[in-house]
Design a protein around this ligand. Sequence first.
Ligand code: CA2
Length: 145
Amino acid sequence: MKIIFLNGPNLNLLGTREPDIYGQTTLAQIEKSVTERAAMLEAQVEFRQSNLEGELVTWIQQARERFDVLVLNAAAYTHTSIAIRDAVAASGLPTIEVHLSNIHAREKFRHQSLIAPVCCGQIVGFGPLSYLLAIEAAVSLIAKK
Ligand code: CA2
């Protein structure tokens, strides 16, 4: 089973700025813990980050060929990108939306996700644990197929 984790703009800054909102864990540390948990579940993971909307769209399009599940933290594009939503819908891949913070408890402009309606589910607000919960959800989705 292969799971791709795609991360959107500014998530490369995790652990280096605004620790009060996003914590002190870096994206590389999240990737390490996700990879370790995935190995226990006999899943393979690939982890990528981009600040570019078009690059994320291309990766989503390509993911259809090589992966069973997409885990997506589109960061700020969650709230703005019809292009990413359309790519997720077109990919036909089961997609799990994740966020570190609870977007529903933050500014109003973060309450809406354009991506949520084309996802299987949304995991928000647990910090780096959101990503580990997403692996459990991904494995369970595939097992049910
Ligand atoms: O909570 C999340 O995971 C978000 O996707 C993070 C995005 C935000 O725009 C979404 O509303 C919720 C922001 C990612 C920026 O990450 C930073 C990390 C450290 C310093 C500055 C930004």
